[in-house]
Design a protein around this ligand. Structure first.
Ligand code: BTN
Length: 266
């Protein structure tokens, strides 16, 4: 245990098959948030290699989207952050990184969970109508470039039940009725994220955008949405380059950002 009361184990990683994502894996027993830890590491130490993964067994202040907390039962789920350095990506196209990570997760989990896996715009991972996980991507910019990207991912794997306030959550165990080895699933995720990331890096953003849209929850379905306190019926048609949701309502397309629209599941 170090002076801060944390157990830090650095693993010589030889189970991960990719080139760089997950090759430097740091596992921590108990931390506020793996995103915070990685950001502190970036500002305090020698250069941190791209692909470094910080995995926590438990987080006491895990952070989610829109200032929410991320709750996860200690030791049961995946809570980790990956360092990427997408300096090839203009800031105006940073949503391509969200697409890349979402797709990497879908590709990694599809062999277990199949076709019911979807990406709920902008970046939740859904199984049917329930949330299996999500991500918090924090980009550190330098001019018009992304210098570092801290990609925090939380996925429910072996948790048996969830508190009422997250009644919409589901775990892999609740779906498949068995426990999974967290490091094995992490290695599959790292491999798949790396594969999509390298496609993006080699200029295949069209592929990434199309594949993201192919797995989008509620795409072209007639559904209800909340906009400015009103209920609208419409169909999701697209996601713009910068990540806005395109909704068709009464024959007209309108674009929304995350704060402007709510999905209303009946
Ligand atoms: C969401 O609200 O859907 C995003 C959840 C992201 C949670 C992960 S857990 C690992 C990393 N560290 C954090 O504090 N948050 C992310």
């Amino acid at each position: 245990m170090n002076a801060l009361g944390l157990y830090i184990i650095t693993l010589q990683n030889n189970i991960f098959s990719g080139l760089f994502v997950g090759q430097n894996l740091i596992t921590i027993q108990h931390i506020d948030s793996t995103n915070n830890f990685l950001k502190d590491l970036l500002s305090n130490s020698k250069p941190v290699p791209e692909g470094t993964v910080i995995m926590a067994e438990s987080q006491y202040a895990g952070r989610g989207q829109q200032q929410n907390r991320w709750h996860s039962e200690p030791g049961k789920n995946l809570t980790f952050s990956i360092l990427l350095k997408p300096n090839f990506l203009p800031v105006s196209q940073q949503f391509d990184l969200t697409r890349t990570i979402s797709l990497g997760l879908i590709n990694a989990l599809s062999p277990f969970l199949g076709e019911k896996l979807r990406i709920k715009w902008p970046n939740d991972i859904y199984y049917g109508d329930k949330k299996l996980g999500g991500m918090l991507i924090e980009n550190i910019l330098q001019g018009s470039q992304i210098k570092n990207s801290v990609v925090g991912i939380g996925l429910n794997i072996n948790q048996d039940n969830f508190p009422l306030e997250v009644a919409n959550a589901v775990s892999v165990k609740q779906i498949l009725h068995r426990d999974y080895d967290l490091k094995f699933i992490l290695s599959e995720i790292c491999k798949n994220i790396e594969a999509v990331y390298l496609k993006l890096k080699s200029g295949q953003s069209d592929y990434v955008r199309r594949a993201y849209l192919d797995r989008l929850y509620w795409l072209n379905e007639d559904k209800k949405f909340g906009v400015k306190g009103q209920v609208l019926r419409g169909q999701i048609r697209d996601v713009t380059e910068s990540g806005l949701l395109v909704l068709n309502h009464n024959g007209t397309d309108a674009r929304y950002d995350l704060k402007e629209i709510e999905f209303l599941n009946q």
